[in-house]
Design a binder for this molecule. Sequence first.
Ligand code: KIV
Ligand code: ZN
Length: 407
Amino acid sequence: MKQGGTTEKTFVPVGLRERPYMNEGFFILDKEKAMRTIKIFDTTLRDGEQSPGCSMNVEEKVTIAKQLAQLGVDIIEAGFAISSPGDFEAIQRIAREVEGPVICSLARARAGDIERAAAAIADAPRKRIHTFLSTSDIHLEHQFKMTREEAKARAVQMVQKARSYVEDVEFSPMDATRSDAGYLYTVLEAVIDAGAGTINIPDTVGFATPEEFGALIKGIRENVRNIQRAVISVHCHNDLGLAVANSLAAVKNGAGQVECTINGIGERAGNASLEEVVMALRTKGGVYDADTRVKTEEIMKTSRLLTRITGMQVQANKAIVGANAFAHESGIHQDGLLKEKSTYEIISPESVGLGQSQLVMGKHSGRHAFRSRLKEMGYDLNDEEVNHAFERFKKLADQKKRSMKTI
Ligand code: KIV
Ligand code: ZN
C-alpha cells in the first residue's frame, strides 16, 4: 500500500485508509487521477414518503431534513408542494430552517403545481423546482391522453415557467426507460434549451438492467446536442432489486447526480438506497473515478432516525445499515477478523458511524472468538478450562435460535 493514497490494485478498506484530500471540488485519491464529485439528491421526504406506511408530519420532516443537511447531501427534495397543505408547510419550513443543501419541490408539468412549488421554496437561499411529465407511449396514450408533440410542448412551457421563478430547474421525462430513445433525446434537447439545468432520467417502474441503463445514459450523452449544458441525473426504482446497480452503471457512463433515499424507502420496492450508492462509490473509487460529499459517519444516525420516525424497520441483512451488516458469526471469519480486520471487512463500521463490528457468538463461532470474549468478560481460563467451556457453549448454541451478540 502506498502511504496516503490508493492505487487501483491496492485494496484498502474504507475508513482505514487516509481521507482523500480535496482539490477545487474534486477528490483526488491518487496523484494522477481526478475524481468526479457526484451530487446526491435525497428524495426520502418525497419519493421515500410514498412508501406505504411512511407518511411523516411537518415536524418529523423538518427533523429529518436537518439530519440530511448534517449528512451532507447536495439537494433535498422536501416534498410535493401541491399534494397537501401539510407537504406545502413542511417544504416551506425546511426552506426557511435548513441550511446547506439546495431545497427542492416536485411539481407536475402544470401551471398550478409550479406556482405552488415556487411559493413553498421561496425563502430557501438555494432552491430548485423539479418538474416532470411522461415520455413513454404507454403513459402518454393510456394515462395522459397526449400526443408526443403535445407532451414535448408542455414540458418546454413548464420548464420556462419554472425558470421564471428560480434559476435551478430540473426536468424528468417520467418512464424514460420505456420511452422511444429518439423521441426522448428530442424532449431533453428542448427542455435544456428552455432552461433546465438538470435532466433526470427515471427508471420509474424499475424495469432496466445495469447494461441497458448504462447504455441509455451513454446514448443521451452522445445524441443530445446541448447535453453539456445540463447535469445528467438518474432516479432508479428497485422493482428488480437493481436500483443501486443501475445508478452506478449510470455514474460509470457520465451521470453527475444520483437520486436516492435513506434505507432505500420509496414507491413500491423503493428507490436506490443512498447509503449503498455512497459507500459503493467511496469503496470502489478506482472503478468509478467518482465520490460524493456525504459525511459517511452520519449514515447510521440518519438511518436510525428515519426508522424511529416512520416505524419502517430495516431488514437485518440490508447492506450498510442492517443489524447484521457488521456482525460476524462464523468461526473462520471471526478468527480472521481478530487477526486483521481487512480479512473480512471491506468497510470499517466506524466509517458509517457504528462503534465497531460485532462478533456474534453462535453455533458457527470458533474457539478463538470464544476465548477472546471470555477475556473481555474478565475470565482468564487455562486451555483445558476454555476447551471444556467451549464444548458446553456449542451444545447450548445448537439448541438456540438466536445468537448472542457480544459487542
Ligand atoms: O419514479 C419517478 O419517475 C419519479 C418522478 C417524479 C421523477 O419519482
Ligand atoms: Zn420515483
